[in-house]
Design a binder for this molecule. Sequence first.
Ligand code: FES
Length: 131
Amino acid sequence: MAMNEKSTFDGLKAPQAQLTWVKAAPVSAFAENGSGCVLHEGEQIAVFNFTDTGRWFACQNLCPHKQQMGLWRGLLGDQGGEPKVACPFHKRTFSLETGRNLQGEDLCVKTYPVKVENGMVYVGIETSEGQ
Ligand code: FES
């Protein structure tokens, strides 16, 4: 193609991720510093009402250590100002903000944004355009 010809190729477009807010449960279903587990399209999501921080969090319920479902029953805490959950099985701890393992292991968990509107808790699920 000559330099002055206009290309019609606009490159490969990466699929745009969109956030879909999925209804989890009413706020009243969660105890203070309590949690619950939501099933969305076959995926279990742990939702935390971390009242001590005034914030809500969500992450995958599956602990990557021994593939146990149970992070929703984990102990909430704080490590250097970072909110965390400790798996009830072998106490691996994960940041509720980033999902990284706070013991320095490669294991990490997926986290989700959470919002509360009109007394209802919603979890943000990323979907690709066209899903
Ligand atoms: S299964 Fe979670 S720490 Fe082992």
